[in-house]
Design a protein around this ligand. Structure first.
Ligand code: 3HC
Length: 310
């Protein structure tokens, strides 16, 4: 045991250079946290305008962090922001930057074929030691990894929204992921200031497998008229001490994201009532009311975000 532990420690890859693919809320959040903790980060997306917006968002969120952390030291706070921003560069060409990466984290659209094509292409270009990780919330890591020849260096690394605030990271190993890879990712998560948990590659891992059935049941409860949306949310906030009620949190996560995950699971488990469809959720998504990002979901009056068609 001692021998395998020490050899794993030696081979544990120190992650310094990180490529993050996808500059949406999750990708930008991961970039922010990695850059703030001294990593050199390349944020990749399909065009420069999107990347510019992501950097602006990171700057805004860094200011929120600094306001609290450096409330009595504004100069040190400004230095922290500048240092973090200097650690982030952007690119529209993953193939050209992956060569220098210890870790590639993918946070793009939840589409198996697109993820497989991305990783399959990068696998031929990245150095042998580079670890590949997906931030998918619902797809199988094993299936994504199958497009590569680095099954032992492939894992899930699942962050939570808002990334700079939420303390958890799920580290998901497949049956082929090596212990060295898992150790590197657990260690990396700790350096980011997060608490990692180890998960199996099962649908929804730990958090979403428990969270989504709860959220969808709240939607069904509202649909059945068993409570107003405000009462359902207040009940769970004050009755269970949750920071957001389930309908508020559904808007925050994105109703399209929720529907995507539920559809995927219900197709795989048509008999399981916890994955049954909600007409109301389907209707809101069909109307483009996706929650906070479009300005309206169960609640309205959110500041809408620009939605990128991928
Ligand atoms: N960046 C940096 N800091 C941020 C931030 C961001 N994007 N968003 C909020 N903050 C900070 C604020 O500055 C504030 O800091 P302070 O308390 O130190 O002053 C703190 O977070 C609280 O923010 P606010 O005062 O603006 O608002 P709230 O007190 O209402 O908290 C919240 C907001 C942190 C989002 C809280 O409501 C919450 O924890 N909600 C639940 C979120 C959750 O469950 N996320 C998981 C979703 S599931 C998921 O992501 C998985 C996916 O796969 C589907």
């Amino acid at each position: 045991i001692c021998r395998s532990l020490s050899s794993s420690a030696v081979r544990n890859v120190a992650i310094k250079h990180v490529t993050i693919i996808g500059s949406g809320q999750m990708g930008a959040g991961i970039a922010q946290v990695a850059a703030s903790t001294g990593h050199s980060v390349t944020l990749v997306d399909t065009n420069d305008d999107v990347l510019k917006k992501a950097i602006k968002g990171i700057e805004g969120n860094l200011k929120r962090v600094v306001k609290k952390k450096f409330s009595d030291k504004p100069e040190a706070g400004e230095e922290f922001i500048q240092k973090a921003l200097q650690n982030v560069s952007t690119s529209t060409d993953a193939a050209s930057v992956v060569q220098g990466s210890d870790l590639v984290v993918e946070a793009i659209v939840e589409n198996m074929k697109i993820k497989q094509d991305l990783f399959g292409g990068l696998d031929k270009l990245a150095p042998a030691h580079t670890i590949f990780a997906s931030n998918t919330s619902s797809l199988s890591i094993t299936d994504i990894a199958s497009s590569t020849n680095r099954l032992d260096r492939f894992a899930g690394l699942h962050f939570f929204n808002p990334v700079p605030v939420m303390k958890l990271v799920e580290v998901i190993g497949t049956s082929a992921t090596s212990q060295e890879t898992l150790d590197s990712l657990l260690n990396f998560s700790k350096i980011l200031g997060k608490t990692p948990v180890s998960c199996k590659d099962t649908p929804g891992f730990i958090v979403n497998r428990l969270l989504l059935p709860y959220l969808i049941e709240a939607v069904r409860m509202y649909e059945r008229g068993h409570g107003s949306k405000e009462d359902i949310d207040i009940a769970m906030k004050l009755g269970c001490g949750y920071p957001m009620g389930p309908l508020e949190l559904s808007d925050y996560v994105g109703l399209d994201t929720m529907k995507f995950i539920m559809d995927h699971w219900s197709a795989a488990n048509p008999e399981d009532p916890s994955f049954a469809q909600s007409e109301l959720l389907n209707k809101l998504v069909a109307e483009g009311k996706l929650g906070k990002k479009t300005g309206e979901g169960f609640y309205n009056g959110y500041q809408p975000k620009i939605i990128l068609v991928q």
